[in-house]
Write a protein that binds this ligand. Structure first.
Ligand code: PLP
Length: 387
């Protein structure tokens, strides 16, 4: 522990941190003792409970959010040259999966306040080859889904939601997970529901259910658990009907996930009050723009992002916070500016300017009042007048 940290009584304050207790440890131990740690009863239970939670008829549990996005796009049977409209302000998985299936990512710009994909720019980017729109509920704040549905309607365009940040978020009173044909979640180490690694797709159509179950398990038409349910000790026979992947969730992750799911609303409430306190305490600093929560949205506050005047100020504030042993972050550098995507020369002026001014500050349910006060004081002590 740094002398600085000793003086204030706690260690460095991370940006994110999963909220675990003995309950998760017990659930893992129980699963280990059960002798069944692969794809099994805990995964099935997690799927049932998660689909009930978001009020979706179906859920398939997977080993990452990237796998969820990949399988969701494969299920659309896209052809080379088909276009998928996507936001540049995201983690790179959201865009890579479009390339995985041989389609072309088309970047639409973001709204300056929410940093969600801008429905008006989506409309401008639609061509005869557009087959899907891939919005990300940035930081847990739902996108303007009605506007997106309106622009995709009657054009045969499917919306695939990237809800990696939006576990438990609501749009017009409905949980994210049922608004579009396919919603993809991530349960990665620091997400609102964290299983270490993990993901899921929720969907409405029964036809997709068998398909996704086979696709996550190497295209095998009967999974291992089903095979133990036939009355035989272990039925070895199975069929391979598709070119599937090893994308299933396993029971250790699912056991953690079930405990996390039971705590999700409480933890999201805590995130909400942390966000409210930041906004209350920082609102008088005229050099900071605070995040918004639109009337249609209840954010899951995965990220609390502030914006400052310019790049130099943002970078200096990052250094200032780091010196005080606080870990800030930047979510995200626009994906269309990375060398792999920059060749396509697609411009998104709002994203290209806004990323320079944003930074994310510590946000996780176990952040203590003292730690949050310390972060707030650290921000207030930044010499903003220099920038
Ligand atoms: C917006 C977004 N999309 C997709 C992913 C990919 O999820 P995973 O890490 O579970 O593969 C992440 C997170 O890591 C994310 O933040």
């Amino acid at each position: 522990m740094h002398w600085y940290a000793v003086n204030r009584g706690f260690d460095m304050i991370p940006l994110f941190r999963p909220s675990y207790s003995n309950e998760e440890a017990e659930a893992v131990a129980e699963t280990l003792r059960s002798g069944w740690v692969g794809l099994g009863p805990k995964t099935a239970q997690f799927e049932r409970e998660f689909s009930q939670y978001v009020n979706s008829p179906y859920c398939v549990a997977l080993n990452s959010g990237t796998a969820a996005l990949h399988l969701a796009l494969i299920s659309l049977d896209l052809k080379r040259g088909d276009e998928v409209i996507v936001t540049p302000i995201t983690f790179v998985s959201t865009v890579h999966v479009i390339e995985y299936v041989g389609a072309t990512p088309v970047f639409a710009d973001v709204e300056p306040d929410t940093l969600n994909i801008d429905p008006d720019d989506v409309k401008r980017k639609i061509t005869s080859r557009t087959r899907a729109i891939l919005p990300v509920h940035y930081g847990g704040h739902p996108c303007d889904m009605d506007a997106l549905s309106k622009v995709s309607q009657d054009r045969g365009i499917t919306i695939v939601e990237d809800a990696a940040h939006a576990c438990g978020a609501e749009y017009k009173g409905k949980k994210i997970g049922t608004l579009s044909p396919l919603t993809c979640f991530s349960f990665h180490a620091v997400k609102n529901l964290a299983t270490g690694e993990g993901g899921a797709i929720t969907y409405r159509e029964p036809e997709r259910n068998k398909y996704f179950r086979e696709m996550r398990w190497m295209g095998i038409s009967k999974d291992t658990w089903d095979r133990t349910q036939t009355g035989e000790v272990y039925a070895w026979k199975y069929n391979v009907t598709r070119l599937g992947f090893k994308y299933h969730m396993h029971d250790i992750s699912a056991a953690i996930g079930l405990v996390q799911l039971h705590k999700l609303d409480k933890n999201n409430e805590r995130r909400h009050s942390i966000a409210a306190k930041y906004s209350r305490e920082l609102k008088d600093l005229d050099w900071i723009e605070l995040p918004v929560e639109k009337s249609y949205a209840r954010s899951s506050w995965h990220i609390y992002k502030i914006s400052v005047r310019n790049l130099a100020m943002r970078d200096a504030l990052i250094e200032h916070l780091k010196r005080k042993e606080i870990s800030p972050g930047v979510h995200y550098y626009p994906i269309n500016l990375y060398p792999y995507y920059a060749q396509s020369k697609q411009e998104t002026p709002v994203a290209s300017q806004t990323w320079k001014r944003i930074l994310s500050i510590p946000m996780f349910p176990d952040l203590t009042e003292e730690q949050q006060d310390y972060v707030i004081e650290a921000i207030k002590s930044f010499p903003a007048g220099k920038y």
